[in-house]
Design a protein around this ligand. Structure first.
Ligand code: KG4
Ligand code: ZN
Length: 307
């Protein structure tokens, strides 16, 4: 639905969510062999994100919880991503450095326990996923372009094009990806109106290598700076295989344990939101809310969750 526009159209998204939320809830329960009677708590994404889409989820969750007479918990979207590796066969232990790389965020955080998130650095412009998506669009790939660009890159030469590594040596833990997109555009223009398949693959490989190199370097810097010996990678870009290979290599050289969510739990999903709600309840950080009054937080810095 969004592909025709090259990006998410907020109003189309929330209208589609209204149509899908109840049938999808029924289908998920049926697939899991469960019924609403088995539900103890209803969790929903309270923010950050598109207000319309958040309101659909919050409204459906609070109505459902009220009808069931069960409490409701509003969860921070990024906390869901951050805790998603706890659903894997090899879950991490606290404390760790988290590299959060999604379509909207690129952040390095220090995580000491559930609810304790200290921002170490973040992007000053585009997110890593956005850099993938925008470069993919320049190469004529469909949206969201990250996985398409990664696939195209497999047959390409990552050394073929010289692309910038923004803020690689800035000394801090911030990122910048908008210059990279401009550099990809400049290269694509130089190649002319019709770009050969080989040049496309080479440019894709060079772009991916530039993004991954910066992510790996800054993650290692964050581990050095904090003295922590565990790294957790979360968010859609965490599904990128080159990123995983290079992080694994860099971490094994330093004796660092690195944890990823299961591949299908890297991109947005409901399981991570349910898990985050469960972990917050277990940690005593959520008073059961049975008032069913709700608000959403389209802008919500994770550091403000507090301890
Ligand atoms: O976490 P996510 O599902 O949604 C947000 O919260 O933003 O992340 C989506 C982002 C998109 O930019 C998508 O292109 C990127 O993750 N992505 C990838 C890969 N799979 C998803 N980027 C590079 N390589 C991949 N394999
Ligand atoms: Zn996400």
């Amino acid at each position: 639905m969004h592909q025709a526009y090259g990006g998410v159209v907020p109003e189309l998204a929330s209208r589609d969510h209204i149509r899908r939320v109840l049938p999808l809830t029924e289908q998920v329960l049926a697939d899991a062999g469960r019924s609403l009677k088995d539900v103890d708590v209803v969790a929903f994404t309270r923010g950050p994100g598109l207000a319309g889409a958040l309101l659909v989820g919050a409204g459906a969750a609070c109505s459902l919880a009220a009808a069931l007479g069960k409490p409701v918990v509003g969860v921070h979207h990024l906390e869901g991503h951050l805790l998603s590796p706890f659903l894997s066969a090899d879950p991490p232990e606290f404390a760790f450095v988290a590299l959060l790389v999604s379509g909207g965020h690129t952040q390095l955080m220090r995580v000491d326990r559930v609810g304790s998130y200290e921002l170490l650095g973040e992007t000053i412009d585009d997110a890593a996923g956005e850099a993938f998506d925008k470069s993919a669009k320049l190469l004529g790939l469909p949206y969201p372009g990250g996985p398409h660009l990664a696939r195209l890159a497999q047959g390409g030469d990552a050394q073929a094009f010289k692309l910038p590594r923004p803020l690689l040596h800035s000394g801090d833990l911030d990122f910048s990806f908008s210059g990279l997109k401009t550099a990809v555009l400049t290269q694509a223009k130089k190649l002319g109106a019709v770009i050969s398949e080989k040049d496309k693959a080479d440019l894709a490989a060079s772009t991916q290598a530039a993004i991954v190199e910066v992510l790996v370097k800054k993650s290692m810097q964050a581990l050095d700076q904090t003295g922590l010996t565990r790294l957790v990678v979360a968010g859609g870009v965490g599904a990128n295989m080159l990123l995983r290979e290079q992080l694994n290599a860099a971490c094994s050289r330093r004796g660092i344990r690195v944890h990823y969510p299961e591949l299908h739990l890297c991109t947005d999903n409901g399981a991570m939101i349910a898990l985050a709600a469960g972990m917050r309840l277990q940690a005593g950080m959520e008073a059961p809310n049975t008032a069913y009054l709700f608000d959403v937080k389209p802008r919500w810095p994770l550091g403000m969750l507090g301890a």
